[in-house]
Design a protein around this ligand. Structure first.
Ligand SMILES: [Zn+2]
Ligand SMILES: [Zn+2]
Ligand SMILES: [Zn+2]
Length: 346
């Protein structure tokens, strides 16, 4: 048995114990340092000191010598923090350190190891690290592995960890498949929500365009009446609406049973306008505005429609705020974010 690098230089007093590793090497250490750093080591040292042997020897098995050496180094450092240079030096041994910190109940080192393993995660190691995270009760690492497995499943599927799980660990395979399915469902839900948000944004834009085409003041010249002249408004949909309105004005199937899809859409837009219109009754020149307003007085709109009106009102406000010459920075930013998110789906 050879005594490798010890920790004598750390303390004035000579080492009074040894830590033995799996490969038969041992590390000289101070029992009071190790006992104060880990409650598990404290119990082991206490038991060993009450034994017959002349020297206190503690086995730390199942991991490499380098990992045990790094572990003891951190117990000596007693600064509850890992500096970047140390993190680099430990390198590939962080997974073993996580297991040691968990087994010997060194909380601060466990958190540092969990973060270090997460930072070095690759698809090839995702399944093994997920297993480790489960064994060591490390939820953040577990979630990181699950997310990576969902994102890069093609690479994960090629890893030894995944192949091993398929052959020998049915429970782990099932767990992984469930995690992947959950991630898929989550992505679908996000996509649906984003699509709905984009639809509201477009409707809000259409409402703002309607008000642009038919300005509120009845004495004023129509704002955007000329379908052939380009509209000066940023991100404007006036042209598209004007084409749709021209169709609506002349379509013979407008009122026919079964109707015309484009006309139905136009009618929905007029109805939506009436729901969000805050102009006085006579002052609004948007077609059918007063008709739909009167109709809304008599019957109560269903819940879905009311929710749509609420969302479109918000989108319309955002759209008209972004149009102003001097826009508060915070509004411009959130409008840009709102539009960008929608643009991704187009
Ligand atoms: Zn316009
Ligand atoms: Zn039509
Ligand atoms: Zn109106």
């Amino acid at each position: 048995m050879t005594i490798c690098a010890g920790f004598d230089s750390y303390r004035a007093s000579p080492a009074d114990m040894r830590v033995v590793t799996s490969d038969g090497q041992s590390i000289a250490a101070h029992s009071y340092v190790l006992a104060s750093a880990s409650p598990v080591l404290e119990r082991m040292i206490d038991r060993a000191q009450r034994g017959w042997g002349a020297e206190c020897t503690i086995p730390v098995l199942g991991v490499s010598f380098d990992a045990v050496h790094a572990f003891i180094h951190f117990l000596y450092s007693s600064k509850s923090k890992v500096v970047p240079a140390e993190e680099e030096a430990v390198g590939a041994n962080w997974a073993q350190l996580l297991a040691l910190a968990h087994a010997y109940r060194v909380g601060w080192l466990k958190r540092a190891a969990e973060a270090a393993v997460s930072a070095r995660l690759t698809p090839e190691r995702a399944v093994d690290m997920l297993k480790l995270a489960r064994l060591c009760d490390a939820p953040r690492l577990y979630m990181r592995c699950a997310r990576l497995a969902a994102k890069e499943f093609a690479s994960v599927e090629q890893s030894d960890g995944w192949r091993f799980a398929r052959r020998h660990d049915a429970a782990l395979e099932l767990e992984l498949l469930t995690l992947l399915e959950d991630a898929d469902q989550r992505n679908e839900r996000w996509a649906r929500e984003r699509a709905a948000q984009e639809a509201c944004r477009q409707l809000g834009e259409a409402m703002a365009s309607l008000e642009h085409i038919f300005p509120g003041d009845s004495g004023a010249k129509a704002g955007c009446a000329d379908a052939d002249a380009p509209c000066a408004r940023a991100g404007c949909t006036c042209r598209g609406l004007q084409v749709l309105m021209r169709h609506f004005a002349t379509c013979p199937k407008k009122m026919a049973p079964g109707g015309c899809a484009r006309c139905k859409r136009m009618l929905q837009l007029f109805r939506l306008h009436a729901s969000v219109c805050d102009r006085p009754d006579r002052a609004c020149r948007v077609p059918l505005c007063s008709h739909f307003k009167a109709k809304a007085q008599t019957g109560k709109a269903d819940k879905t429609w009311r929710l749509l009106v609420k969302k479109v009102t918000r989108a319309k406000v955002m759209s008209s705020l972004a149009e102003r010459k001097v826009v508060p920075e915070v509004v411009a930013e959130s409008w840009a974010r709102y539009s960008r998110r929608g643009a991704k789906l187009r």
